[in-house]
Design a protein around this ligand. Structure first.
Ligand code: NAP
Length: 265
């Protein structure tokens, strides 16, 4: 893909989805800045990418997106290293699933800080490095990884329902504000995605229901038109699309990556 965004920051780079996204983008010729908390895993991933995809350059920055001091340090590092980003793949940390729609005020403040306020200040720092030049075809692109509770209420993701909608509103607002500069902001809302972590939790659900992994998987995906969960590699392909010429006239959209699970128009 010739017109893929060149230097891309990927947060959550070492996670089940992040790894697949990084490998896909590296294969497409991007240079990557990898971010997460565990610097040992970041370094290992950097080495793996350098070995397997030598066309790009790879670096990493440790950051805890939930903490203001850590995000400030991260922003300082972007400046010190004179980094210019053309793209960002932001994976805000998700609060644990809960059925409680009315957590107390302190809990709400914590959820908002961890899943919205902190990651948003990281995004602001990343956007500040961008130098788009749309008159000469240089567009910068932000992809925010969201979830399908952005478009429908899921009972066991009570606080996520709210946070995901906040991200959609933020993305639309940023798209409106930054479009003229040539900065695109889109969200990718994932349905169940079979990462190693998700497979482990599915395995546990199968064991407690006394069925096999395959039986449980078939049961859980029986209401998904494509009858499967997404694969991390499929998310990688969609992210690549949103960073490529495919999205040159698209901003503020929420792309659902859920096998058709969401039925609303
Ligand atoms: N898997 C699914 O079915 C699914 C469905 C819908 C949406 N999503 C969304 O997709 C994204 C990635 O999911 P995943 O399944 O790949 O998760 P994962 O395997 O748990 O990976 C999470 C990644 O984020 C990093 N991370 C976690 N907390 C962080 C923090 N406070 N600051 C900085 N980095 C942090 C982790 O590295 P460190 O621990 O080293 O920081 C890791 O790289 C999440 O936003 C999730 O909500 C996933």
């Amino acid at each position: 893909m010739s017109s893929i965004t060149k230097t891309v920051l990927v947060t959550g780079a070492t996670g089940g989805i992040g790894l697949a996204v990084c490998r896909r983008l590296a294969k497409a010729g991007c240079s990557l800045v990898l971010a997460a908390r565990d610097t040992g895993r970041l370094e290992k991933l950097c080495n793996e990418l350098s070995q397997n995809f030598p066309a790009g350059s790879y670096s990493w920055l440790g950051v805890d997106m939930t903490r203001d001091d850590s995000v400030r340090q991260f922003a300082g590092q972007l400046n010190t290293r004179h980094m210019v980003l053309d793209g960002v793949v932001l994976m805000p940390p998700q609060d644990p699933p809960t059925n409680d729609p009315l957590p107390d005020s302190d809990k709400w403040r914590e959820i908002l800080q961890n899943s919205f306020v902190g990651p948003l200040s990281l995004l602001a720092a990343a956007i500040a490095t961008m130098k788009p030049d749309p008159a000469n075809g240089k567009r910068c692109k932000v992809v925010i990884i969201s979830g399908i509770s952005s478009v429908q209420v899921l009972g066991h993701y009570a606080s996520s329902n709210v946070i995901r909608c906040a991200w959609l509103a933020e993305a639309k607002t940023l798209a409106f504000a930054l479009g003229e500069r040539g900065i695109h902001v889109n969200t990718l809302s994932l349905g169940g995605t079979l990462t190693p972590g998700y497979a482990t939790s599915l395995d546990k659900r199968a064991a407690s229901a006394g069925v096999t992994f395959e039986q449980r998987l078939a049961e859980e995906t029986s209401n998904v038109p494509l009858r499967k969960y997404g694969a991390p590699e499929e998310v990688g392909a969609a992210v690549e699309g949103l960073l490529s010429a495919f999205s040159d006239h698209m901003t503020g959209i929420n792309l659902q990556h859920d096998g058709g699970f969401t039925r609303a128009y």
